[in-house]
Design a protein around this ligand. Structure first.
Ligand SMILES: Nc1ncnc2c1ncn2[C@@H]1O[C@H](COP(=O)(O)OP(=O)(O)OP(=O)(O)O)[C@@H](O)[C@H]1O
Length: 244
């Protein structure tokens, strides 16, 4: 049984099919990359999976349990966490406190949550900043904090929405390495939306390509990047965000 199973999910906004009959599965311990031109429906799909919005039709199953349309905290309790493109930490709180708040969301005691937060902060390489106000973090630090807040619930599946965007090329490599160890050492299953093709090629076991809300194709990174339909979908754009 696949850990994450998305069947025929559709979401329409005032007549616009932002996500149109999308189906895919993700096996435990694997990494799925989701790519597609701007407006292809990637974030809307994430929102449908993570419970931020309910799909009009279709189902989302996590470990066999139907979580379609469940509230985000229920989806989180079922074992799925996500990061947001727009990061909104509590600016006046420290890095550790921000992660502890996320860890407490499951009714965990303050003490346990603080312990979990300390572990996670170290895991994402923010130990040096743990007592700093989070609004003092540089972008790369904020990205790591966003990752840490998602990891605080100890998810089985982690949805990452452009976690590398805004990072300098030299800052991307350690984040990619971190994602790889989350999979290899912690067994976390990853689904990530990304425009930076080098990261998609390196990290993904399989890639799902969206265009205008629909699945254009899916397969190994090599297969999809050689697919003429994928090349066509990106014509007029920088090829899949190469380097940006
Ligand atoms: N809340 C909303 N109300 C109306 N239209 C929306 C809403 N959210 C998204 N859309 C529209 O749905 C389509 C898909 O948007 P979405 O943000 O999911 O795409 P995306 O692939 O994540 O784009 P990007 O790569 O630019 O982040 C777009 O046409 C967008 O304008």
């Amino acid at each position: 049984m696949s850990l994450l199973q998305v069947d025929n999910v559709t979401k329409t906004f005032r007549g616009l099919r932002a996500v149109d009959d999308v189906s895919f599965t993700v096996e435990e311990g694997t990494i799925l990359g989701i790519i597609g031109p701007n407006g292809a429906g990637k974030t809307t799909l994430f929102n449908c999976i993570a419970g931020a919005i309910a799909p009009d039709t279709g189902t989302v199953r996590l470990g066999g349990a139907d979580v379609t349309g469940a509230a985000p905290h229920k989806v989180s309790r079922a074992g799925m966490a996500r990061t947001f493109q727009l990061m909104k930490p509590f600016g006046s709180m420290s890095v550790l406190e921000n992660v502890a708040v996320a860890a407490m969301a499951h009714g965990t005691s303050r003490r346990t949550a603080t312990g979990t937060a300390a572990d996670v902060v170290e895991r994402v390489g923010l130990s040096r900043w743990r007592d700093a106000r989070s609004d003092g973090l540089p972008t790369a630090g904020l990205k790591r904090l966003e990752l840490a807040r998602a990891l605080a619930s100890r998810p089985r599946v982690l949805l990452l929405d452009e976690v590398l965007a805004g990072l300098l090329p030299a800052e991307r490599l350690p984040v990619m390495e971190l994602l790889e160890t989350l999979r290899s050492d912690d067994g976390v299953t990853l689904v990530f939306v990304e425009h930076i093709m080098a990261a998609v090629m390196r990290l993904s076991d399989s890639v799902l390509v969206l265009e205008q809300g629909r699945v254009l194709t899916s397969g190994s990174p090599a297969e999809v990047t050689q697919d003429p339909r994928v090349i066509e979908a990106y014509l007029g754009e920088e090829p899949a965000g190469a380097g940006s």
